[in-house]
Design a binder for this molecule. Structure first.
Ligand SMILES: Cc1cc2nc3c(=O)[nH]c(=O)nc-3n(C[C@H](O)[C@H](O)[C@H](O)COP(=O)(O)O)c2cc1C
Length: 168
């Protein structure tokens, strides 16, 4: 969802979404993540300007900034933080909210703006809000950007490239 109503999100919804992240699995249960809930319009404006495909950050009432602690889990902090963020995406859908993953941001700028400690990397952002209907992307872009690969292209049986349902 890249177009949002201005309605604010009740705090209990935000907390249930964060709780879904808090309970997510992580390697060695390190939980090497930190989530910053950004509502301040000025801050969102700055973050939005830092990315090429992130204008809607200004419109969505909340941006969740997913940070991963490199020091706590050098190998898995990205995977763990990503799992937690995606769990939060699903929890948000359960709360009737729309989200969009955002990789289009300027990390140095976000770190400075939000006072994120050096040990943390910004893994991804998630915009969050009530979807504004019919004002997402233009029909053509919409189809292009949402098309999926065929099942046969993304799954194999027993070994890479062997069609499902057939033994190699
Ligand atoms: C890691 C990641 C980063 C993304 N970054 C952006 C982004 O910066 N801006 C954006 O508009 N969409 C972004 N997306 C959303 C994808 O464009 C979108 O998920 C994909 O086109 C499939 O569309 P759908 O999720 O609506 O089906 C990102 C998705 C992922 C998983």
């Amino acid at each position: 969802v890249r177009s949002y109503l201005p309605d604010l999100i009740p705090q209990d919804k935000i907390e249930r979404i964060l709780e879904a992240g808090r309970l997510s699995p992580s390697a060695s249960n390190m939980q090497p993540w930190h989530f910053i809930v950004v509502t301040d319009p000025q801050k969102r404006g700055v973050i939005a300007k830092g990315g090429r495909y992130a204008r809607f950050i200004s419109e969505a009432p909340v941006t969740i900034v997913g940070c991963g602690n490199r020091k706590a889990s050098p190998k898995w902090h990205i995977v763990d933080t990503t799992i937690a963020l995606q769990t939060m995406v699903l929890a948000a859908a359960g709360e009737g909210l729309g989200t969009c993953w955002i990789g289009s941001f300027e990390e140095t700028q976000v770190k400075e703006l939000l006072k994120i400690p050096d040990d943390f990397s910004v893994i991804a952002l998630i915009s969050l809000g009530y979807p504004r209907e019919k004002l997402d992307l233009a029909e053509k872009t919409f189809r292009l950007i949402r098309i999926r690969k065929k099942f046969e292209e993304i799954a194999s049986s027993e070994e890479f490239g062997s069609p499902l349902g057939k033994k190699p």
